[in-house]
Design a protein around this ligand. Structure first.
Ligand SMILES: [Zn+2]
Ligand SMILES: [Zn+2]
Length: 354
């Protein structure tokens, strides 16, 4: 046995020496990089290839900062089509990091026009245009005011669009599909997509003074998801989320905000002291979220848009105290939480892309 360990050690040392010599050789260095680039160029897909309704949290935080999370964003894949619900700060970078197939993004849906839900719109345009090679302008749906948002972005990016077209040409950066195809949602006609298999429906929520503020319900081949956007407890959300497989709901911890408020007061941080009180009247305390989910007979509840985002297990434990007693199936999401709902099944598979 001792002899075996001796030979093994010798072999490891010899292999290490060979590697140390090889890694300095240009031909070996080039070969290693070739392999690495091939892996980047042909990334392993993170979205399921099976026929399913899938959702990935591409941004799980609210405006309250967290270095490891992006602001509000949920990617939904129905079959092979991808839709994005809100584009908060950092969400486009997440999707780039995960090698999202931009060419399959068919539209963006905004819940409301707060900055933490819209700020990456320019990056989503760029990703679907040059990298994604879309064949039409980027479809955007949102509440009243969304046209101002897309007009403003088009104006701000006018020079960028022209420079990229001049440099890359019409094949890579075609000007006829640059910009947005914007749809202002009229809640008298709330069904926005309906192709027989996939239905996307907008519904109103209460985020006063943000009005209108919307939630969305997505139905695909018998599976279903509802997305709250920002809201207080709202009976209309309950009605529109009836019997869904998964409800993605914003999440506010009264306990954590109270602790932050007291500490802010103690150290003289006036902004944090005011904000932690101001936000209380237009978001939903966690136990009210659970109440809404249970009333809607939701099978699985996913918390996102955390106020504040828990930075460790202790914070998460304090934040979600009492939820287990009233809700059987729930998840506190982070960036990358993925929910797969295969068709012809009632499975709800929760995993993570990172
Ligand atoms: Zn928000
Ligand atoms: Zn908001």
């Amino acid at each position: 046995m001792k002899k075996f360990i001796k030979y093994l050690l010798l072999a490891v040392i010899i292999l290490f020496l060979i590697y140390s010599i090889l890694i300095r050789q240009p031909a070996f260095q080039d070969k290693l990089l070739e392999i690495a680039i091939e892996k980047i160029a042909i990334p392993a897909p993170y979205l399921p290839e099976e026929d399913a309704l899938t959702a990935v949290v591409c941004g799980s935080r609210s405006p309250i900062n967290d270095p490891n999370r992006a602001e509000a964003c949920i990617l939904v894949q129905a079959g092979d089509k991808i839709f994005i619900f809100d584009t908060g700060n950092g969400s486009a970078q997440n999707l780039n990091d995960w090698n999202t197939p931009w060419n399959r993004v068919k539209g963006i849906f905004y819940t409301h026009l707060h900055s933490d839900h819209i700020s990456d719109i320019g990056q989503f345009h760029m990703g679907t245009w040059v990298a994604g090679q879309r064949d039409s302008k980027l479809k955007v749906y949102g509440p009243e005011g969304v046209q101002m948002l897309t007009d403003g972005i088009e104006l701000a990016y006018t020079k960028d669009y022209i420079f990229r077209n001049e440099h890359h040409g019409d094949e890579l950066a075609p000007l006829d599909v640059v910009g947005f195809d914007t749809h202002t949602i009229d809640l008298e006609n709330p069904i926005l997509v309906n192709d027989g298999n996939l239905k996307i429906t907008a519904y109103s929520v209460s985020h006063d003074p943000v009005d209108p503020a919307l939630g969305y319900r997505i139905d695909y081949k018998g599976r279903s998801i509802s997305i709250s956007g920002d809201t207080i407890y709202d009976q209309n959300l309950v009605n529109n989320s009836k019997n869904v497989d998964v409800l993605f709901h914003e999440s506010m911890s009264l306990e954590l905000l109270d602790i932050i408020n007291k500490q802010a007061k103690r150290i003289g941080n006036v902004v944090a002291e005011i904000v932690t009180v101001d936000i209380l009247d237009y978001h939903t305390p966690i136990l009210d979220v659970v109440k809404a989910a249970n009333e809607a007979n939701v099978k699985h509840l996913v918390f996102y848009h955390h106020l504040p985002a828990p930075r460790n297990q202790l914070m998460e434990d304090i934040m979600y105290r009492g939820v287990d007693e009233v809700m059987a199936e729930w998840t506190a999401s982070h960036d990358g939480t993925m929910v797969i709902l295969p068709i012809n099944s009632d499975e709800i598979n929760i995993s993570s892309v990172n």
